[in-house]
Design a protein around this ligand. Structure first.
Ligand code: SF4
Length: 183
């Protein structure tokens, strides 16, 4: 039996992530990412890399965003398109007893790939002429809910009757993704 996990793009390629200037803040997530990937590879679990919608649509110089900014009909429709072929791959693996899909791993806190948590805030407008930029940025908060890509992914799974667990990589709750490798 070949075990497979579908993972958010940056689980395998952090070059896709928005530039973070506080490395200490990211250290715990990076540590968990490395532990998870190392263990998966050493156990022979295959990792299928999902597309990064933010890198594809906004590139490497993008600002950080909150989920409301990506929650548009167009962004949602593009996420669906990006996921269509992955839905077909999931169905093909599920149709063959040689394979077992252990789950889908997102990135909690991401406006696109959050599973249990995403980030909310009243961000927007022209940065250069806002006097209240710091106050605006400070409205950002972590809250329950999915990022836009994972929200569309979970809808596609439901619509097509596919039952695969979805969990988020989150440094404060490391047990969630590590448990996938205990199955
Ligand atoms: S959009 Fe998703 S895959 Fe891309 S960097 Fe953000 S969390 Fe990672």
């Amino acid at each position: 039996m070949q075990d497979i996990i579908f993972v958010s793009h940056c689980v395998l390629n952090i070059a896709s992530k928005v530039v973070m200037y506080n490395e200490a803040e990211m250290a715990a997530e990076e540590d968990l990412r490395r532990r998870f990937v190392s263990k998966a590879v050493s156990q022979g679990v295959q990792l299928v890399q999902l597309p990064c919608p933010e890198f594809i649509m906004y590139g490497s110089r993008r600002w950080g965003h909150v989920s409301e900014q990506f929650d548009t009909p167009y962004f949602r429709s593009q996420c669906r398109k990006l996921l269509e072929d992955y839905m077909l791959q999931i169905k093909e693996y599920l149709s063959n007893d040689r394979f077992r899909i252990l789950g889908i791993v997102g990135i909690d806190g991401s406006p696109s790939c959050g599973v249990d948590y995403t980030c909310y805030g009243t961000w927007g407008g022209n940065l250069s002429d806002r006097d209240d930029l710091k106050d605006c940025i400070a409205t950002s908060r972590l809250g329950s809910g999915k990022g836009v890509l994972m929200d569309e992914f979970s809808k596609l799974l439901k619509e097509q009757g596919v039952d695969v667990p979805m969990v988020g990589l989150f440094a404060d709750e490391p047990e969630k993704i590590m448990a996938l490798l205990e199955k």
